[in-house]
Design a protein around this ligand. Structure first.
Ligand code: GTP
Ligand code: K
Ligand code: MG
Length: 508
């Protein structure tokens, strides 16, 4: 381009999917089918070329700057000063220069990806440069000076990949989750989703519905001519019933995937001064909450994020539960109760030296905290170091377990019982989140469960209305299929896409 005699991408071809009309051009092997009209068009008709740092920000050894769009070829030619590109997908060492001044910016590795064999499906280039801020900003400035190139919006690379059918929406969400994954179990789940397992499951359901709908429509249109047998109808009914059950049990997975994605919310609750804040500090290994001998120390909820056995845990310490007179403490107790109601898991803490030693009495002491009955709970009897004569019978009560929830003795002071508590925690987390590698892939987002519930409701209405009005029943199947399509992105609106891709970082 500027100064190097390399042609800029034809500006008249800018426009494309979201912008102006596509421009037909002489088809050539590099031409890609337009996602709107399926006509093969020069990729230049698809819009502008974006660029961004894809390797994260701040000083680092190597920074990867990537471009996507029809101007990628020209950009690489301009910055390397050579009309010849390296073979696609092969790293080549090149001097990188500012095309306007010819000034060397760095020496680094460049890669050329010819569309559609690239992440986005468009022509892409990557520049692996030294990660110093001056090098990176110099290269970005040079790219920005080229006609038709502009900085990428957050998630725009992935959005382009979605547009060109490189991945469906669930896979794009899986990719976003993979970038954010902080624990092993989260990574496993995200990787599975990114590789398309969830999308394939929903696609299979959608195909089943398409087939059922085709049979039903054939029956509606032709049954009077005796060309279609009655049997067809009962087959459609059976298919819809089976699908309704499958969607129902998928929805019944206890929010496993969502819990694993967002972290299990565990709440430490109990009477004042039993050592709740001490427990939080012990688990996160830092003095996150104030500990003192004064009952009623904790008022605000103190939250920490932890990784227990590969599972993500969001742990909250709360005010001691009692009938407080002080208005500030009252507010703390009310916040503690709110948290308790929303918890996925309760760590109920009692003072080991102050509780009854038989299971029934322990159960009553736990009940006085009023944890929600359906929420799983672990009972922690703290200050075990202070146990004297009744230690033996309390240990026996803990070992007996039933009818108590999982229970353990602990001393935050000496660390006794911590291993058992961590093992109990890991067991509960594994039960709540499930094994991300086994069974059918988990539902990971409330967006999915919303559409699946609507899909299941439409299937249920089909079964109810089928005897009275076949046409209406067929419409229910169409609605059900539309909801499945909304999850995978085969049916989607721009505002939904905006929300999904907004959560991505720039450069992805
Ligand atoms: N001996 C002994 N003392 C403990 C243990 N755990 C906590 N304590 C002490 O018990 C007192 C209260 O501890 P906290 O962690 O503040 O208790 P809390 O339940 O958060 O108290 P509030 O926030 O006031 O409800 C402090 O003096 C701690 O040092 C333990 O295992 N053994
Ligand atoms: K205290
Ligand atoms: Mg406290």
């Amino acid at each position: 381009m500027v100064g190097l005699g390399i042609p800029a991408p034809p500006l008249s071809h800018m426009g494309g999917v979201d912008g102006g009309p596509p421009h037909p051009c002489t088809p050539s092997p590099c031409c890609l089918p337009c996602p709107r009209c399926a006509q093969r068009l020069c990729s230049a008709a698809w819009g502008d070329t974006i660029f961004a740092v894809s390797s994260g920000h701040g000083r680092c050894g190597v920074a990867v700057i990537r471009t996507s769009g029809p101007g990628s070829r020209g950009a690489l030619q301009s910055l390397t000063g050579r009309p010849a590109l390296p073979p696609p997908r092969v790293l080549a060492l090149r001097r990188i220069r500012d095309p306007a001044t010819g000034e060397p910016l760095d020496r680094g590795l460049v890669v050329w990806f010819q569309g559609p064999q690239s992440f986005t499906g468009e022509d892409c280039a990557e520049l692996h440069v030294h990660g110093g801020p001056a090098v990176v900003s110099g290269v970005l400035r040079a790219l920005g000076s080229l006609p038709g190139l502009r900085p990428a919006e957050p998630g725009e690379f992935t959005r382009r990949a979605f547009r060109r059918g490189k991945l469906d929406l669930t896979a794009a969400e899986g990719l976003g989750d993979l970038i954010r994954a902080e624990t092993e179990a989260q990574r496993r789940q995200a990787l599975r989703q990114m590789e398309g397992e969830l999308g394939r499951l929903y696609q299979r359901w959608s195909n089943t519905l398409t087939q059922a709908l085709a049979h039903l429509e054939a029956y509606i249109d032709f049954s009077e001519d005796d060309n279609v047998e009655e049997e067809v109808l009962s087959q459609v009914d059976a298919t819809v019933r089976a699908l309704e059950e499958e969607v129902g049990s998928h929805l019944q997975d206890g929010r496993r995937g969502e819990l694993l994605r967002g972290g299990v919310r565990a709440v430490i609750a109990g009477p004042p001064n039993v050592g709740k804040s001490s427990l939080l500090n012990l688990l996160c290994q830092r003095p996150a909450a104030i500990v003192s001998p004064v009952a009623g120390t904790t008022r605000d909820v103190v939250e920490v994020a932890l990784n227990v056995g590969g599972y993500p845990l969001v742990l909250s310490d709360t005010a001691g539960l009692r009938d407080a007179t002080d208005p500030v403490e009252q507010e703390g107790v009310s916040r503690a109760r709110d948290r308790l109601r929303e918890a996925d898991l309760v760590l109920a803490v009692l003072d080991a030296a102050a509780v009854p030693t038989e299971p029934a009495g322990l159960g009553a002491a736990l009940g006085s905290l009023q944890p929600p009955t359906t929420t799983p709970c672990i009972l922690v009897l703290n200050k075990a170091d202070l146990l004297k004569g009744n230690g033996g019978s309390l240990r026996a009560a803990c070992a007996q377990g039933h009818p108590l929830p999982p229970v353990t003795l602990l001393s935050c002071k000496t660390g006794e019982g911590l291993d058992r508590l961590l093992a109990l925690l890991a067991r509960e987390l594994a039960r709540l989140c499930g094994d991300p590698l086994s069974g059918s892939p988990s539902l990971t987002q409330s967006r999915h469960s919303l559409h699946l519930r609507q899909c299941a409701a439409a299937l249920a209405r089909y079964s109810r209305e089928r005897r009275s009005d076949l046409g209406l029943a067929a419409e229910r199947l169409r609605v059900a299929r539309r909801h499945l399509g909304s999850i995978t992105g085969h049916v989607s609106t721009e505002d939904v896409l905006d929300i999904i891709f907004r959560d991505f970082c720039v450069g992805k």
